[in-house]
Ligand binder design. Sequence first.
Ligand SMILES: [Cu+2]
Length: 374
Amino acid sequence: MTTPRIHLPAPLPLPKIALVATIALVTLAGAGTIAARGLPSLDAARSAIGIPVRTPDGVVKGQEIAVLTEAPNVPPPITRSYATKVIVNLDVTEKPMRLADSVEYTMWTFGGSVPGRFIRVREGDLVEFHLKNAANSTMPHNIDLHAVTGPGGGAKASLTVPGGESVFSFTAMNPGLFVYHCATSPVPMHMANGMYGMILVEPKAGLPKVDREFYVMQSEFYTKGKYGEHGMQMLDMDKGIDEKPTYVVFNGAVGSLTGDRALQAKVGEKVRLFVGNAGPNLTSSFHVIGEIFDNVYTEGGTLAQHNVQTTLIPAGGSSIVEFGVEQPGDLILVDHAIFRAFNKGTLGVLHVDGEKNPNVFAAIKGLGVTAKGE
Ligand SMILES: [Cu+2]
């Protein structure tokens, strides 16, 4: 009869015993704290972030006139290291514009385009906003910028009759990518007619350098006629109330980012898209077919997410997405609520030129049918 052998672990040297005992004591103490105070990790997270009550010191150096751009262009990055007074001159005009091939719509615009002009300021800047309403406008208009801390985002102070001009000022206290829109009654009508755009408040430290920046804004149009029905189209308020858009588009029209108007980049470049969603109703599932977002500043705020396939953009919200382009070809921008992309117009192209890298992607054997350019 053999005696079963019991293998005992080698005795711990003294310093290791001390370490294990310390860890055990700290763990026990931590458990006691949780029991006594609830959820200390949440408290810790809150105190780390804080809830600042901001008070601008009013110290600004000099002044400049804001460079405003039409989508898909973005004003140049801000190189200033101090706050200044930025004068924004934005003119509201109402005019017939192309919604799709042979389809026109009387757009109400901020700066003559849909979406409205892109505004770029720096955190801490004092913005003096001049809103003019063209003399031949049929309506009063105003502006609510989500970057504004103040009544109605500036809406009340900026209500402007045809032929008039309103001026108000605000300090851009929170960095981020913000939507602006008209907030004149009836608000849904003004928004459905094209009155929206975006303002970027660059953080004091700036944004990481990239090779290309583009401005893309999704929105819906509700027309009396069906999708693609030729001629001048009128707003269908019932479709708006039912949230059943006829068109869902990027940058104000079907095909605004395809063919000759496709966005352009080269292999090896870093791309940043400032993406907004004006709604007025739908949430966007923004996706780029053939790419993965390396960075996503969720909801246009400060939190950076990584390795994202599709980012959700609420109506009246935004997202900043960044990615490196590694392979030539056409990357396709869509709302991945996919009927919108293929049947309502939410389709754009980022064309990438450059050398193929078979280590990134290689088509080995298919059905013998190769699409042009693949
Ligand atoms: Cu308006």
